[in-house]
Design a protein around this ligand. Structure first.
Ligand code: SF4
Length: 228
């Protein structure tokens, strides 16, 4: 097996977390409205993921060639210094939730549906991560996503999708002309084995980012990635 589709992921929303994220009071009228939305979402939602295992063929100063595809990023190149095999992937909230959310007209409920789709995407990523670790036992892994840093810009999505072949299409994910994905709540990237964990946020100066997973480290680029 060098590729796998995960299309029967259990979709169970953590309602306690959802109330907390949306600041909904238990027992309130808003909670009843939200619960009804959650019920509908859970009835139709099918978060999905796809990944494959591929080998690194060669490396240069600012790129690696993986399974015949050149990925241009100095940061990725350095992060893959000791890796031989990597795992390109795509995960999504699924077309079912995407279509359902488009039919919602109430602005508040539309926002709630967006948060629910985000949770579905997180569930897909978590399942993919667990499955990959169980199956390939790669040791510690980290991930990079095209577009998260100027060093690996969004147009590189095209190459990543070339690497993934028919996988994204098989779970309903498409790449638009502007290199974004549909459904919008989808994530693509590469998992790679590394002893030293990597987080793009440590190289990203964007302030007040709600998705920040680690603090900005002003010296990290010079320390680890700058050409000598
Ligand atoms: S800080 Fe925000 S924008 Fe920057 S890499 Fe992290 S999640 Fe992405």
């Amino acid at each position: 097996m060098d590729s796998l589709i995960l299309d029967s992921i259990t979709f169970q929303i953590d309602t306690g977390q959802l109330y907390k994220n949306l600041r909904i009071k238990e027992g309130s009228e808003l909670m009843a409205r939200l619960n009804s939305l959650v019920d509908k979402a859970q009835a139709i939602g099918k978060p999905k993921a796809f990944y494959k295992a591929v080998f690194i063929e060669s490396r240069a100063d600012d790129h690696v060639i993986v399974d015949g595809v050149m990925l241009t990023s100095r940061v990725l190149r350095i992060n893959l210094k000791k890796a031989h095999r990597v795992f390109p992937f795509v995960a999504t909230c699924g077309v079912e939730l995407e279509e359902w959310s488009r039919s919602i007209t109430d602005m508040l409920e539309k926002y709630w549906a967006d948060v629910i789709k985000e949770m579905a995407l997180r569930i897909a990523i978590k399942n993919l991560n667990e499955q990959l670790i169980e199956h390939f036992q790669p040791g510690k892994i980290s991930r990079m996503n095209p577009g998260s840093l100027p060093d690996w810009p969004l147009p590189e999505q095209q190459k990543l999708f070339a690497l993934l072949g028919k996988g994204p299409g098989s779970i309903g994910v498409e790449l638009t002309d502007s290199f974004l994905m549909t459904p919008i709540k989808s994530v693509s990237g590469i998992w790679f084995p590394t002893e030293e964990s990597f987080e793009s946020c440590r190289l990203c100066q964007r302030e007040l980012c709600p998705g920040r997973r680690a603090p900005y480290d002003a010296d990290l680029y010079d320390r680890k990635y700058r050409r000598e």
